[in-house]
Design a binder for this molecule. Structure first.
Ligand code: CMP
Length: 140
């Protein structure tokens, strides 16, 4: 499998509980390298733009409010099949359905406050990485 990059976000429920290091350790233990990382307070406009694909969904407004409720840590992860590997280590969107040992099973509070985001395809990963990072900030 090819070396890929994917966009990861540690969400406000996790930064609030000081879980950044434990989540990073889980990502690294899964073979993913954190090749860019920064902590941000998103504006409403930024959160709406990032999640624009979900704007018709019933949960969009609550999702945006949640994502601006505290700091996030945005990251670029690199590794073999990084998009799928990250989704494996994150677990299912709904923590009630997430497998044992996954980040969401261990840490998520709800389907909304689910601790992490990960790109769902290589194509979306490129778009999402470009949303948050300039090329000079990514050191592979
Ligand atoms: P994420 O991977 O960041 O992408 C969209 C987010 O919407 C998702 O994780 C969830 O945190 C959030 N969300 C809130 N409610 C729902 C829902 N009912 N179904 C799917 N995603 C939801």
């Amino acid at each position: 499998m090819a070396i890929e990059r994917t966009l990861s976000i540690i969400k406000p429920d996790a930064t609030r509980r000081n879980l950044t290091g434990r989540i990073n350790a889980a990502l690294e233990a899964a073979g993913l390298c954190i090749i860019a990382q920064k902590r941000l307070q998103l504006t409403r406009g930024q959160a709406e733009a990032f999640y624009a694909v979900h704007r018709e969904r019933g949960f969009f407004h609550d999702l945006v409010n949640f994502m601006i409720s505290g700091p996030v840590v945005v990251q670029v992860l690199e590794g073999e099949g990084a998009v799928a590997r990250n989704r494996e280590v994150m677990g299912a969107t709904d923590p009630a359905k997430a497998a044992e040992g996954t980040i969401r099973k261990l840490f998520a509070e709800s389907i909304e406050a689910n601790s992490v985001h990960g790109s769902d395809s290589a194509e979306n990963a490129a778009t999402e990485i470009g949303f948050f990072f300039a090329a000079i900030e990514i050191v592979g």
